[in-house]
Structure formats: structure tokens, C-alpha cells
Design a protein around this ligand. Structure first.
Ligand code: FES
Ligand SMILES: [Fe+2]
Length: 452
């Protein structure tokens, strides 16, 4: 039995704690106006946004803390106590099914001296017991056991020292997201037209999707935005970066002819989301077993021709800021930020629940061989991001702007795909990604407004 994910709506996480005489001085939180670093209209970027430590700290506060961030897939939770530990930005969180079968998320940091209260990646538990001094919390995050409790003053109230809860958790098509913002725009609203494109991967039938296998995790040198941006906007690199992989997989002997000159569209999201997809009928590099099992007529019936011939093919997509997926490959992934120069990639294989075991296995292996950590495409991409990052700290290098001008002015409504779209080969979704990033970076988040 799987969970039904009720949206949670809790209190401001920073108000959950008695602060006593603590007052965080404003000087500790410095803010940079990033208006001059992103020229979305002209298609230019300043490389400081990939390298600067202060901008990175501001990103954690103003981009990650207020945004809806991917936490886990609903199929990872089947009974109360099932948990998965992950990150929101650099904040460690526990995602768990509580006794009422509700999915909740807590900051994975003990309220005593701050150790992680759960060190395992995944599993099932009745409570969370910190291994430092032994404070224990139940599945509701309440502090239920304190060794040497009599040593604390009468004013010490365990109700004040429960785990800090992620105030809003919600899901879309089995994908669970959370935000620290206590009063956010709803998840569905924040996705906007992106949901239509997501359905091409996550809504093939009434049964939905499930996860196959565990989570692959690997570390890459490179700023997280390089990966998120590429999955939002960049079909352009495919022909060059993946040339050798394409020759292996191409259905013809001439991949340059068959693959390079493809028609397609790119969705340019209003909230920084982006997706691109060829519309050529031959453009399917599905695992053969999956392709033969797929009932395309039923998909056309459910999703319509525009989706089956477009985003259901070899598309790429990013849900702002750092959740990406590839429909045909069956991968979903998060680009966790680990400082300005490093990211940690977490990748799942997701399949239709209705797939029989041999088809699931074919999809899992196909994902591993193409976009697993040693996959033939994944290695090409990781190499590029690390290469870009490796030289970005040079003083002169860092001051030379980057070009995002492909498809300038091409954005329009095309009458077939919802929202604004551009050409397949275009930087339009990239420009929109950075326009949204700039807006968030220049807007005080709820936690700053409270302190003003
Ligand atoms: S840090 Fe967790 S009990 Fe002390
Ligand atoms: Fe790629």
C-alpha cells in the first residue's frame, strides 16, 4: 500500500525555537544585488555566479530556502516509519511517513548540539535517536526522551525542542517536493505549464510510476547550475559532446544527418522551468524492450499527439531550481549544491508501475548504461561541467561574459505546446532560468522580511 500525500502546512521553521537573548546581527547576512550579473534580454552571464562564495551563500538563502525542492518519490514510503534522508540546498532533511501515513520532512539536525539524528540513507524506524547524547524524537518530530532530564531547569519544555519541520510538503504525480517557505505559492501553481510537460513522463496511465532499485549518488566538480541549466535548455551540446555515444546508438549509419538536423521545441517556463524535445518520429532511443511494450495508441489517447510526438521522446527537463529528468531514459535526478564549485548528483530510475518485471529491468539497465554515473552520455556531460568550472576562478577568465544568445527573440506561443516555446536549439529556457534566479536573488525571502 502506498501513501496518499496530503499537503502539509506548518509553521515558520525559524519560529519553532526559543531564541532567548539570541539576535543574529544583520552584518552576518550580506546581500549582493545581482542585477548586473545576468542580462537575460541580451543573453549574457557573468561567470561570478558560478564561482563566488558570497553569491553561493545568498543562493542558499534566497533561491533554495524559498523554492519547492524535490525530496523523494512516493514509492519510497509504504508504511509508517519508512524514511529517506536527503538535502534541501545544503540542509539535511529526513523524509518520513508518520503514523497517520502522512509524508513529513524534518531538518536532520538534533536540537541539542546539532548532530544528525538520522545517519542512514534509507530505512524504517520507530523514532529518531541521536547518537551523540541520546535525545530521541518520535515520527511527529516531538522530543520524547532526554537522558538526565532532571539536570535541566524547570523552564526546559520538551515541546519547545522538537525537530524543525519543513512547513510545506506536497506532491505532483508521485514526486514529493518540500519548501521551507511557510507561505508559498502552491506546488501545482508554481509548476504552471511545466506540469503538462511532466505528464509526458509521469502520467502514462492511472497506475502512475514507481522507483526501481536504489539511488545512485556521485560527486562532480562543477557548479550545480551548470547541470540544471543544461537539462533545462541545452539540446545544442548533444551533437558534439555525445557524438560517439550517438554513433553507438544511432539507428542509421549517419547520426549527423538523422539526429543533428532535427526539428523540435523548447518550453520556456515562467518560473525558471525548462524542457526541450525533438519532434522527429525516428528520434527515439528507447530501450528496445520498453519501446516494444509501450502502447503508443493508448498514450496518444491519454496525452494527445503533441505530447507523444514531442516531450515523450528524447526530451530533457529541469524543474527549477535543481530537479531534472529525461523521459525516455527513465531518470530523475537532483543536483545538490555542495559549495560553488561542487555538486552531488542523486539519480533514480523511475518506471510505469504497470510495466512487467522484464520491462522494468530493461529500463533500469538502459538508464544505467546511458545516464548512470558511468553511462555513455552522463560521462560526457560531467566532463564538460567540471572542465568549465576548473578554469572559472582565473581572474581574467572570470570577468569574460558567457554567451546565451541562441534563439534570442524566438520565444512565442506555437499553438501546439502550452506556454511560451522556442526552437529545439535555443538558449531561451536558459535565459528564463537565470532571469528567475536573478529575481529570487534580489528578493528578500520570508525569513529576511520577518527580521526587518
Ligand atoms: S547532539 Fe543530539 S543528543 Fe546531543
Ligand atoms: Fe548531455
Amino acid at each position: 500500500m502506498t501513501s496518499t500525500i496530503e499537503p502539509t502546512s506548518g509553521r515558520d521553521p525559524a519560529c519553532a525555537t526559543p531564541c532567548g537573548a539570541l539576535r543574529r546581527p544583520a552584518d552576518l547576512v550580506r546581500t549582493v544585488d545581482v542585477s548586473g550579473l545576468v542580462d537575460a534580454r541580451g543573453g549574457l552571464l557573468d561567470r561570478a555566479i558560478f564561482t563566488d562564495e558570497q553569491l553561493y551563500r545568498q543562493e542558499l538563502r534566497r533561491v533554495f530556502a524559498p523554492s519547492w525542492l524535490f525530496l523523494a518519490h512516493a514509492d519510497q514510503f509504504h508504511k509508517p516509519g519508512d524514511f529517506f534522508t536527503t538535502y534541501m540546498g545544503e540542509d539535511p532533511v529526513i523524509v518520513v511517513m508518520d503514523k497517520g501515513r502522512r509524508i513529513r520532512a524534518y531538518l536532520n539536525s538534533c536540537r541539542h548540539r546539532g548532530a544528525r539524528v538520522l545517519r542512514a540513507d534509507v530505512g524504517a524506524t520507530r523514532n529518531f535517536t541521536c547518537t551523540y547524547h541520546g535525545w530521541a524524537y518520535d515520527l511527529d518530530g516531538k522530543l520524547v526522551s532526554v537522558p538526565n532530564r532532571e539536570g535541566y531547569p524547570d523552564s526546559f519544555d520538551t515541546d519547545d525542542w522538537g525537530l524543525v519541520e519543513v512547513p510545506n510538503v506536497d506532491s505532483y504525480r508521485g514526486l514529493i517536493f518540500g519548501t521551507w517557505n511557510p507561505d508559498p505559492v502552491g506546488l501545482r501553481e508554481s509548476l504552471g505549464d511545466m506540469a503538462w510537460y511532466m505528464d509526458a513522463m509521469f502520467d502514462h496511465d492511472d497506475e502512475g510510476t514507481v522507483v526501481v532499485g536504489g539511488v545512485h549518488k556521485w560527486v562532480l566538480d562543477g557548479n550545480w547550475k551548470l547541470a540544471a541549466e543544461q537539462f533545462a535548455t541545452d539540446w545544442y551540446h548533444v551533437n558534439m559532446s555525445h557524438a560517439s555515444a550517438l554513433m553507438v546508438l544511432s539507428p542509421t549509419k549517419n547520426p549527423k544527418t538523422e539526429i543533428v538536423h532535427r526539428a523540435g521545441r523548447q518550453y520556456v517556463g515562467t518560473n525558471g522551468h525548462g524542457a526541450g524535445f525533438p519532434v522527429h518520429p525516428k528520434n527515439r532511443f528507447n530501450a528496445k524492450t520498453v519501446h516494444e511494450w509501450t502502447d503508443y495508441d493508448a498514450l496518444r489517447e491519454r496525452l494527445g499527439d503533441a505530447r507523444v510526438e514531442g516531450p515523450l521522446t528524447d526530451g530533457h527537463a529541469t524543474v527549477f531550481p535543481n530537479f531534472s529528468y529525461l523521459p525516455v531514459i527513465g531518470t530523475i535526478r537532483v543536483w545538490h549544491p555542495k559549495g560553488p564549485d561542487r555538486m552531488e548528483v542523486w539519480s533514480w530510475t523511475v518506471v510505469d508501475k504497470s510495466m512487467p518485471p522484464e520491462v522494468r529491468e530493461a529500463q533500469r539497465l538502459y538508464n544505467l548504461r546511458t545516464f548512470g554515473p558511468s553511462g555513455i552520455f552522463e560521462q560526457d556531460d560531467g566532463e564538460n561541467w567540471s572542465e568549465v568550472q576548473a578554469i572559472s576562478h582565473g581572474f581574467i577568465t572570470n570577468t569574460v561574459p558567457l554567451n546565451y544568445q541562441m534563439g534570442l527573440g524566438s520565444e512565442r506561443e506555437d499553438g501546439r505546446h502550452p506556454g511560451t516555446t522556442s526552437e529545439l536549439y535555443s538558449d531561451a529556457a536558459g535565459r528564463a532560468f537565470y532571469a528567475h534566479w536573478r529575481e529570487l536573488m534580489n528578493t528578500p525571502a520570508w525569513h529576511e522580511e520577518r527580521n526587518q
